[in-house]
Unconditional design. Structure first.
Length: 424
């Protein structure tokens, strides 16, 4: 059963239950946040304003979510379409930073949370709320991202995280929902996967996914076609970039949201973007996620390819380190950390030259770059060819280069392998 709000607080931004008057609830319409909506009114005697953010998660009916919130007693329910802002201010920088965490996770959730939390701050302020409530558990990264954002941007606002403190399991939540007339989406019979999605990807956690030796069951894939069922004919897509951002698909200029959606649809059809990922969470846990990231699985490699072409070997080696640092900061919930801005300044500068076109061939789960072109490529077919010499490159200079280039390695080798120096 529901327990009363815990009065002991650990962090400065946690709400004292006695002073919670009006709560901005980040509302998805699902079981947790619907139970929260009632529970906050009952347990705190507080008013609740709901905020639902559209980041391009497919299949949502926002009118239904809004109606449900109002029926469950919300004072107001605001539905915000933040797709354009998400694409321009969060996904585009991630593309410029080739952002992958742990070698495979394109960070869609980690990119969405700081924006959702920022919007929560904006709406809490404009609707006179003193507290923000979210539905994260105490075991994940999302609580870190959301609370770090709120505590950074709005020190005057407090936070409550009922799911973290109320100690209701799923059964008890369902019981609570029944008692309070809260409809349960999708029925109460089988525990669903824990899903989070937006236009940059979709994650599934829970159930058999927690068994590391359990291969993915077919029903987890709701976005990407299983590769074995993908078309027998390959398809090649061309993506044009300007300054590191995709601007056209197959020769047609599109706004970033529409472009990402269109790439995702084509990739999904060809089974592209399934990632079965073991991940080190910020809170210490090691977990497994199943990701479906068809757009990222095409656009990130395409961007990276173009960037490698227009940059020198030194830029390419250096930027890879910064890319990794960028992904880690964002994963770890520190979107507002000044270092991220510093890194972005570097990313933007490098990406000034990342203009050109990349073609990616899609076939049964694979996406492979097949052609590239850029006016800024540090590439000269004549120089690269075996057939010719001259121009900027002198083959005659090569032996001199090799002698000096290998000098220290040769000296060290001699030192360590000299039989005269070997002990008996
Ligand atoms: N593991 C990913 C991350 O930490 C995805 C989390 C999905 N969140 C969720 N509440 N289901 O960013």
């Amino acid at each position: 059963m529901s327990s009363l709000p815990n009065t002991a607080t650990t962090a400065s931004y946690e709400a004292d239950p006695a002073s919670v008057r009006r709560v901005l609830l980040l509302y998805s319409g699902g079981l947790d946040t619907s139970v929260m909506l009632k529970w906050i009114q009952d347990s705190y005697g507080a008013e609740v304003v709901c905020l639902t953010v559209n980041l391009g998660q497919p299949g949502e009916d926002y009118a239904v979510i809004e109606g449900k919130a109002l029926r469950l007693g919300a004072l107001e329910c605001h539905v915000v379409d933040a797709r354009e802002q998400f694409a321009a201010e969060y996904v585009a920088p991630a593309i410029r930073a080739n952002a992958l965490y742990g070698g495979g996770y394109p960070l869609f959730t980690a990119l969405g949370r700081p924006l959702i939390a920022k919007l929560a701050v904006d709406y809490a302020r404009s609707t006179g709320c003193d507290t923000i409530a979210h539905g994260c558990t105490g075991k994940g990264n999302d609580q870190v991202r959301i609370e770090a954002t709120i505590a950074t941007l709005a020190p005057e606002l407090k936070v409550i995280a009922p799911v973290r403190s109320w100690q209701m399991g799923r059964e008890e939540e369902i019981e609570y929902a029944r008692e309070h007339g809260i409809p349960i989406k999708g029925g109460a019979e089988t525990a669903p996967y824990s899903i989070d999605d937006n236009l940059w990807g979709r994650s599934s956690e829970g159930r058999w996914i927690e068994d590391l030796d359990h291969a993915p069951e077919d029903d987890v894939f709701q976005l990407v076609t299983r590769p074995e069922e993908a078309p027998d004919e390959p398809e090649t897509v061309t993506v044009e970039f300007e300054r590191g951002v995709p601007v056209a698909l197959n020769g047609k200029r599109l706004e970033l949201v529409a472009l990402i959606e269109a790439v995702a649809a084509i990739g999904a059809r060809h089974g592209v973007g399934i990632v079965d990922h073991i991940e080190d969470r910020i809170v210490g846990l090691k977990v497994r996620d199943i990701y479906e990231v068809p757009a990222a699985a095409i656009l990130l490699p395409a961007h990276h390819e173009l960037e490698r072409l227009v940059c020198t070997i030194h830029q390419n080696q250096f930027k890879a380190q910064l890319d990794q640092q960028w992904a880690y900061l964002v994963y770890a919930g520190l979107w507002w950390e000044p270092l991220r801005g510093d890194l972005d300044a570097y990313m933007d500068h490098v990406n000034e030259l990342v203009t050109g076109t990349i073609a990616v061939k899609l076939y049964k789960g694979h996406a492979r770059v097949v052609t590239r072109s850029s006016p800024n490529a540090v590439y000269d077919a004549g120089l690269a060819s075996f057939a010719q010499s001259g121009g900027l490159f002198s083959q005659a200079a090569a032996p001199g280069f090799i002698e000096l280039w290998s000098l220290q390695s040769r000296m060290a080798w001699r030192l360590h392998h000299d039989p005269a120096r070997e002990r008996d």
